[in-house]
Design a protein around this ligand. Sequence first.
Ligand SMILES: Cc1cc2nc3c(=O)[nH]c(=O)nc-3n(C[C@H](O)[C@H](O)[C@H](O)COP(=O)(O)OP(=O)(O)OC[C@H]3O[C@@H](n4cnc5c(N)ncnc54)[C@H](O)[C@@H]3O)c2cc1C
Ligand code: SF4
Ligand code: SF4
Length: 608
Amino acid sequence: MDVDIVCVGFGPATAGFLSTLSQQLVNPDGTPAVESTAAPGLPLQVLCYERADDLGFGVSGVVTKARSLRATFPDLDPAQIPMAAAVGEERMVYLLDPHGASRRSLAMRAADTMIRACRWALPFERQALKLPWTPSFLHKHGGLVLSMGQFMQWAGARVQSTGTVQIWPGTPVSQALIEKDRVVGVRLLDQGVDKKGRPTDGFTAGMDIHAALTVVGDGPVGAIGQQLDVNFDRPPGHHVRDWAVGMKFVVDLPADTPLKPGTVWHTFGYPEPEIFGFLYVHPDRVASLGIFVPSWFDSPVRTAYRYLQHWMLHPCLWHYLQGGKLRSWGAKSLGESGRRGEPHLVGDGYARIGEGSGSTNVLTGSGVDEAWATGTQLAGAVLELLKAKKSFTKQNLEAAYVQRRRTSWLESESIAAEKSRDGFQKGFLRGMIGMALAGLTNGTLSWPGNPPPPWKRIPTVEEYYRGRIAARVLDRIREECKARSSSLHGALMDQAGWPAIPFDGQLLVSHQDALLMGGKVQAPPGYADHVTFLDPELCQTCGTRICIEACSGQAITPGENGVPNFDREKCVHCGACYWNCSRPLAYDPERMNIAFRAGTGGLHSAEN
Ligand SMILES: Cc1cc2nc3c(=O)[nH]c(=O)nc-3n(C[C@H](O)[C@H](O)[C@H](O)COP(=O)(O)OP(=O)(O)OC[C@H]3O[C@@H](n4cnc5c(N)ncnc54)[C@H](O)[C@@H]3O)c2cc1C
Ligand code: SF4
Ligand code: SF4
């Protein structure tokens, strides 16, 4: 099939692109403003393919300054968007460890002792210190608390109501079509295949869609972005070594909650110092809350789910959450390398937008506004080129799109953020100081540090628990978990002093229940596995098997001969396994031993 523009993924970046483009494709008298080259005589033919089974199922994001959203929708009224509220009270909270189970440095322990000793003079309550002020670079004044899923459904409906653009959910793009270094369109995923992609009854080969421009907005772990990175490489010195796994609950707060819609809290210090938390309140007593587990948390058992529950149980948060009920749950990874992770933004026949193009700002903790802005900038560029009857060459896209991006707030803010988190490579306290320095000096100062490839910094279980769990106890735990064919993290956390989670069937539920109740995960039959282990020998000799420990959906489990099993039915497409694998490929030390390809299914909730 031939079209003019094909888009991969319907996240905030593509929504920004299509919302801007679709408003300008038809003249007020109904005639096409730009004529199609693929179908002469007709309006521009624009298609968008989204992997997830419905719009808003594959995204996340909650609080945003909404600058670029408001630029696209000047009349934006939060009351018209489900779960949207204007940002109200903003608060930063340092959480102390009520159990003594977290891994804190001596300096942090000393600081905690001081805080506890001076508690009478401080805003200290329920084992938490409320910071007297929120740094200005973190403020979201004038912004919105959103459910990104709900917002994407709202934005998608507006785009489609123009009648100028088609969006197809449940349709993963399997690869970009590349001819002589020019992207000429995309191929959709084969259907009617077995787990390994071999044709079975009802086989239908993925359709080829040819387009003059392919817009790649497939997020931080998109298969098409990865393919372009391999094919065209990254600009010299650029790499994606910083990322985080975000895991989140959407909950009904208790009936008597004092928390007002628009409340925005950020926490740090617990359950481990490196893990940041957030709680944002929507209208009607609904809250989104969760944690980020970053790449610089040097643990070989980075399990987000159990840590999320300990975080919720912290007295400061549990005070507000007790009696609440789980509505939905989800996990997704974030590319946090920003400018350093920028790929080639354009090439002949393609342009990249959104988080996969390095837009997320780790200093301000903001990705939605930035992703949306890249989409609107590309739309402006595309309209300019179409009206000037110029083709989508690398040179023309550089001049029209990349130039717009380089001269916008996006660029200046991403320069300020570039080195802001480098200090975390040297420890938590230095990281916090580095962020404050970068934030307060607009990036002029920061704490120096050089992020290594993530696999280089994953210690062995023995190294991580040295001094806390004896080697013979570790051996015993390993044997017991092996016999049960279960992951290690639960047993290790129990041994390290973390209390058991008091499941209540409402808010504190097992990981499996969260998948069913909260994520409503589904995977249609007839598709190949999208997570595969590239070199089984590397798995056989792998000391950490961190892919099993870190899997957000318990979709990766111990397998025979040391090679893990993957269960597509449980996968939430978060991409954590792709980032977390501890073994690099011999031929490319920036890539690890897991392939994360395009796939169907995953979360079936648009609240995330
Ligand atoms: C838990 C969590 C909380 C967050 N909170 C905030 C916040 O409060 N504020 C904020 O500003 N940002 C937040 N972010 C970051 C924000 O969500 C991202 O920066 C933003 O969503 C990036 O938008 P995007 O369009 O570039 O990519 P994505 O949102 O990742 O969208 C990409 C889309 O492409 C689809 N896709 C991928 N591959 C294919 C394929 N092969 N074929 C078809 N479709 C495909 C995906 O399903 C997805 O819908 C949060 C992120 C997480 C994980
Ligand atoms: S995928 Fe990576 S982390 Fe998992 S077992 Fe294989 S080498 Fe180890
Ligand atoms: S297997 Fe699926 S759920 Fe598990 S970490 Fe990988 S992408 Fe996430």
